[in-house]
Design a protein around this ligand. Sequence first.
Ligand code: ADP
Length: 354
Amino acid sequence: MFRFNLSSRAIAIIIALLVGVVLTAYAWAAPTLPFQQAVLAGGVTIAGCFLLVYLAFEALMFREINNIYAGLEHIKRKEFRRLSNKFLFRPEPLKRMREEIIDMATRKQREIDELRRLQQLRSDFLADVSHELKTPIFAAQGFVHTVLDAGEDEAFIREKFLLKAATALDALDALVQDLVTISQLEKGVVRMRRQVFDLALLVREIFEQLELKAAKRHVTLALLPAVLPASGVRVLADRNRIRQVLINLIDNALKYGREHGHVTVTLQETSKSVRVAVYDDGEGIPEEHQHRIFERFYRIDKSRSRESGGSGLGLAISKHIVEAHKSTIRVRSAAGQGTTLDFKLPKPRLPLSD
Ligand code: ADP
């Protein structure tokens, strides 16, 4: 490979010295020229050669290189990267240019790799979405056709299958709504509307909403500590979004927890924040699945989760919401020992007057 690490000045000096030495030796060796004049002629030759070669290099070759470099700088400027305009007439321009090109190529390669990764994620997501949509659509389609095929006198069958079709369409509606929510959260277009509210009151409201579901599985819902401050447990957060997170977590605890079991929500206050933990005494989440349950559509037991009507997006949405509150959602679980999911919310800074 062509390697060239000398500056134009160094090359000019080397060439000038070579020419000068040869000419001086020749002039001295000739009988007509005295030694002093030969040295003088040599000096003048070296100086002249140096200037000629140096300027020729600068003017021709490095002007072109500088043009290429200016082009590179222009591209870099477009990328808002750190610039150095000190390239002109600096030593070792070729070496510097090679480094620049390698650096730029490495950066571009990194960008290409990232784009490829995003492209892969996008196509995986599309495949997942179409797969998830297929299930309720096919179910509803099948039920509607059964109703259409039912005879005049089969009112009972018609009603039964219309109900099933309605349930499948409800699941489809929930899935589409969750898809809209997650895509908005991922795009970052959702703003959290922070307000001060009583977290204990919110948990009690959700318990009421899920009472029937809990009763069906004979699960007891409890809020701890049993005695809470009269002023409530105040936090500064987006009430509706936190409601969505808590519904997801408590609903999961009911779905995947033990029948005849217990689901407990604990609110633990510190000076600056409140830790919310949702615990169930179900069969737990094996270690190898724990870091994956927050991924879109990730389910441990595919058939069981789908049967229970979840969109597979609940925890992915919850994670986004909790992170938008500058907190992290954690899972603590061991097979056979129940599951706890928890996160922190900030308390309001100023005590409220009411
Ligand atoms: P889904 O709609 O399937 O419930 P989620 O995102 O809410 O989707 O949960 C993802 C997966 O994590 C569930 O399918 C389930 O396998 C697992 N999971 C969530 N919560 C619990 C829990 N409390 N106990 C056991 N497994 C759980």
